[in-house]
Design a protein around this ligand. Structure first.
Ligand code: AMP
Ligand code: MG
Length: 321
């Protein structure tokens, strides 16, 4: 007998499950998140268990208003306020000193907390109804490809969670950009859905600490992450790379070119018109698709190192580790 799908539109049911110390996968504009009440240790432990997430990797707290966000932090630097006003609701996470009432199980014992207001109507409607904020790391097993559709989540967690709240395809398609503060100066910890250039337009030059070597305790930067199970390569020139490969089933992830000089088994094109926002939105879906085709290798093309191209290249580098 086929098992009933865990995907549902029923917000009331999601509220009931979340209010009962359990977890629900929810849509956001970045990726689907595996959500739980930040004040319920039971719910948070379940998130870590279901995702097999290392306990040292802190969770981002989601709220629906700047007022609620302010209550989570013990201080809110001026540049953080400027960023919040410019980008919330949106794909920016601010790492700030935490208020006393934030449990340590959210922050992996750090004195800081990551905060975000997601820009998705379903997530906002849910957060508005709930009397507590939601922790919601991406709804995938640790290190695997993040989900941008409810079906991606269901295929990972059909047997381990009760419900995925349907919210359509994630519009932005990769994780939030993370900005924290060191000695009152802004630092970019993770490249993401908001391009660095857009952040810098608001607060000026920002230091980038996106590499594990620089910030070993910020695990969103684990060098291997966001990975297909199929062996993946990141190359500057796909045609050059594949012409020397024989006897393998090859899948290609191309930025904007569907015509290759060598025949391959499957091509996913991120944006025919070379639009970086469209490419970002399609990235994980294309990787999920390629990973489902029983290929021997996936060869992905490096994108232009500008705007969201930098964020996509960051994810592809980690997928190819
Ligand atoms: P995600 O799996 O997309 O929810 O990623 C959460 C990421 O946010 C973590 O891996 C960290 O890199 C970052 N993060 C969350 N909270 C903190 C914090 N308190 N301090 C530093 N980084 C944080
Ligand atoms: Mg994640």
């Amino acid at each position: 007998m086929q098992k009933k799908s865990i995907v549902s539109n029923n917000i009331k049911k999601a509220i009931a499950i979340l209010s009962n110390n359990d977890v629900v996968a929810i849509p956001t504009e970045t990726v689907y998140g595996l959500a739980g009440n930040i004040f319920s240790q039971e719910a948070i432990l379940k998130i870590y268990k279901v995702k097999q997430r290392p306990s040292f990797n802190p969770l981002i707290v989601h709220v629906d208003s700047i007022q609620k966000a302010t209550e989570l932090a013990s201080s809110f630097p001026e540049k953080a306020k400027q960023l919040a006003n410019a980008f919330w609701p949106g794909s920016l996470t601010l790492v700030l000193n935490k208020s006393d009432h934030i449990p340590n199980w959210i922050t992996a014992d750090k004195e800081t907390v990551g905060i975000r207001i997601p820009n998705h109507p379903v997530a906002l409607a849910l957060l508005k109804e709930l009397p507590f904020p939601l922790a919601a790391p991406s709804a995938n097993p640790s290190n695997r490809i993040s989900p941008t559709k409810s079906s991606h989540v269901a295929s990972y967690f059909q047997d381990s969670i009760e419900m995925v709240l349907e919210g359509g395809e994630c519009k932005n398609g990769i994780e939030s950009t993370i900005v924290g503060f060191e000695n009152n100066e802004p630092v970019l910890y993770r490249l993401g859905s908001i391009a660095i250039e857009d952040i810098e337009r608001v607060i000026g030059k920002i230091q980038i600490k996106n590499k594990k070597e620089i910030t070993p305790n910020a695990p969103g930067m684990l060098s291997k992450h966001y990975s297909p199970l199929t062996k993946t390569y990141l190359v500057d020139n796909v045609n050059e790379f594949i012409k020397n490969i024989n006897g393998k089933k090859i899948g290609v992830l191309s930025f904007n070119n569907s015509k290759l000089s060598v025949e391959v088994d499957h091509i996913e094109v991120l944006s025919k018109t070379g639009d970086l926002s469209e490419a970002t939105a399609k990235l994980y879906s294309a990787l999920h698709k390629l990973d489902s085709l029983n290929l021997d290798i996936i060869v992905s093309e490096r994108l232009p190192e500008t705007g969201l191209g930098k964020s996509i290249n960051d994810r592809l580098e980690r997928a190819a580790k």
